[in-house]
Design a protein around this ligand. Structure first.
Ligand SMILES: Cc1cc2nc3c(=O)[nH]c(=O)nc-3n(C[C@H](O)[C@H](O)[C@H](O)COP(=O)(O)O)c2cc1C
Length: 326
């Protein structure tokens, strides 16, 4: 059978530089993405990664919670991880049924529990299987574009070898987190590797995005100009800063009051989206990040150590505000 080629779908309609919200497990859930879409919308958002084994098992009912999205997030892409091409094909069909705008394959996760199953960045060591997975996903995805998010190597940098291999799988877009699996996030991202990838991809029609350590739109524009890639994914810089992608409104313009109101809105959205289906404790990471960079923020963080529900957060913020008024 000749190799399948992913459709370009929405990717073709995006202006350069493409600014995407990077997927982060237990961070960029549906509530977070909805808030980000309101505060400053990126060009594309990805869900947290979801296991294809889980989606093709009775556990699907619970996992489908991670694949909720709202129209405001579009274009929105579901990210999948696993090792079995047939399960990728079936999961991609499900993603299409759920009416996502695209499917992304995780080939970058460095976490042991994922890598030990052969998934995530372990696929860098299984190049033939990686291609089979992409092809099966393209088959299942039908009209939806298929993209890949990966790293530049496993134990050592192998950018050119790995990028040229993945290009043969004909994805719509390829995102490189510019570190190896071994490096985790412990060293600065190797943006100097990006021009090599751009050169290899020239003329293939595959969009190339870079990822790692970008903290603002200005920084994103700079690396795109310098390296020639089509765009960037930004992850951790969103912590406590859902305004990140807003070109008119930077974080420094946000008053403490607006910051507090936004975190309350985030909690409200979290309860609205997930109810009791997901632990509220997941919100703590966001809360701690919101509560930083202004006078008295530490006191608020101390109050947040004891919050278990959105109502607790409302009470903590009221207490904090009453102290400010005094
Ligand atoms: C808490 C956390 C969870 C993550 N979960 C995912 C994930 O589900 N899928 C994925 O492709 N990458 C995941 N990543 C990696 C990020 O998407 C991104 O590649 C990495 O943080 C580097 O980009 P940054 O410097 O902009 O944060 C995660 C990162 C963090 C910090």
């Amino acid at each position: 059978m000749s190799a399948l080629v992913s459709t370009k779908g929405f990717w073709d309609e995006l202006k350069r530089p493409i600014l995407a919200l990077s997927p982060m497990d237990d961070i960029t859930d549906a509530a977070c993405r909805r808030l980000v879409a309101r505060c400053g919308k990126p060009d594309v958002m990805l869900t947290e990664f979801v296991s294809v084994n889980g989606l093709c098992s009775p556990g699907r009912k619970r996992l489908i919670e991670d694949l909720r999205f709202d129209e405001i997030e579009r274009p929105v892409v579901a990210q999948l991880f696993g090792t079995n091409p047939e399960l990728f094909r079936r999961s991609a069909e499900l993603v299409a049924e759920l009416d996502f705008d695209g499917v992304d394959i995780n080939m970058g996760c460095p976490v042991k529990v994922v890598c030990n199953t052969g998934a995530g960045s372990s696929l860098i060591n299984e190049p033939e299987l990686a291609i089979e997975i992409v092809q099966a996903t393209i088959e299942g995805a039908g009209k939806l574009p298929v993209s890949i998010k990966t790293r530049i190597g496993y134990n050592k940098i192998q950018t050119e070898e790995w990028a040229s291999h993945l290009l043969q799988a004909n994805p719509a877009a390829l995102t490189f987190h510019l570190r190896t699996r071994k490096e985790q996030s412990k060293v600065p991202a190797h943006w100097e590797e990006m021009p090599k990838i751009v050169k290899l991809a020239a003329g293939t029609g595959v969009l190339i995005l870079g990822n790692g350590d970008i903290k603002s739109i200005a920084e994103a524009e700079k690396v795109v100009t310098e390296t020639g890639c089509d765009g960037v994914m930004i992850g951790r810089a969103i912590f406590g800063n859902p305004w990140l992608f807003n070109r008119e409104w930077s974080e420094k313009d946000i008053s403490v009051d607006e910051r507090l109101d936004t975190m309350l809105e985030h909690c409200r959205l979290y309860e609205e989206v997930f109810g009791d289906k997901k632990k509220f404790l997941v919100m703590r990471k966001h809360l701690m990040a919101y509560a930083s960079g202004f006078p008295g923020a530490k006191d608020l963080r101390v109050l947040f150590e004891r919050v278990f529900t959105a109502a607790d957060v409302v009470a903590a913020v009221e207490k904090f505000r009453s102290r400010l008024d005094r």
